[in-house]
Design a protein around this ligand. Structure first.
Ligand SMILES: Nc1nc2c(ncn2[C@@H]2O[C@H](COP(=O)(O)OP(=O)(O)O)[C@@H](O)[C@H]2O)c(=O)[nH]1
Ligand SMILES: Nc1ncnc2c1ncn2[C@@H]1O[C@H](COP(=O)(O)OP(=O)(O)O)[C@@H](O)[C@H]1O
Length: 180
């Protein structure tokens, strides 16, 4: 059965690191999402994002959509199917609202990985990564924190990403289980 590893959690928790590990070590592709914002220098269409117009965006079958800074972002059935053509197991980083939409739409095809860590560590990592210090506080409060809601907790596999080697060992076990 085709499956998707949904990766959610606070900023700085290690979602990108985990998604890249899955790609590098297991060839698990990340589902590419869509946006109406212009491509930045160095971004490749179809790799960074699928770059859309509001019109082409409206024709997609979107699981969920958000607007940031006047630009639309969304993940689509089409993008998921394209990733599934490459591999039966794919990953996608989503916020909690997105995770909810996928769990509702795809049920047991979803492996919901909730990555987290203690707030002091997340803050340190974001600053070390070069994030704007003014934005860091915002990302660790309110809805932006992407806390795990109580109703989604039974479906979540919580991974506390502290020691990277231990995290990678857990990911190895997860992939083995999902591919068996
Ligand atoms: N809900 C949702 N958010 C997305 C999607 N694609 C990208 N985003 C989010 O949109 C936000 C802005 O992305 P972007 O313009 O690339 O800027 P940056 O990630 O802040 O450099 C980020 O928080 C992304 O995670 C999507 O398909 N759905
Ligand atoms: N287990 C870990 N130990 C130390 N640093 C880590 C660990 N996991 C991730 N990092 C680093 O922390 C920062 C945030 O990780 P990232 O994957 O970008 O998080 P997210 O995508 O959830 O915002 C990055 O600079 C990354 O290299």
């Amino acid at each position: 059965m085709r499956k998707i590893i949904l990766i959610a959690g606070p900023s700085g928790a290690g979602k990108t690191t985990i998604s890249e590990y899955l790609t590098t070590c297991y060839g698990i592709p990340r589902v590419v999402t869509h946006t109406t914002r212009p491509a930045r220098v160095g971004e490749t269409p179809g790799v960074s994002y699928y770059f859309e117009t509001p019109e082409s965006m409206s024709r997609l079958h979107l699981f969920e959509k958000v607007t940031y800074g006047g630009n639309q972002y969304g993940s689509s059935r089409e993008g998921l199917d394209r990733a599934w053509e490459k591999s039966d197991l794919v990953s996608l980083i989503v916020d909690i609202a997105g995770a909810r939409s996928y769990l509702e739409a795809l049920g047991d095809q979803v492996y919901f990985l909730y990555v987290t860590g203690d707030l002091a560590t997340l803050k340190e990592r974001m600053l070390a990564r070069g994030d704007d210090p003014e934005k860091v506080a915002g990302r660790l409060a309110g809805a932006e924190l992407n806390e795990l809601p109580a109703d989604l907790a039974p479906q979540a596999h919580v991974l506390v990403n502290q020691n990277l080697t231990k995290t990678e060992e857990k990911l190895d076990e997860i992939v083995k289980k999902l591919r068996d």
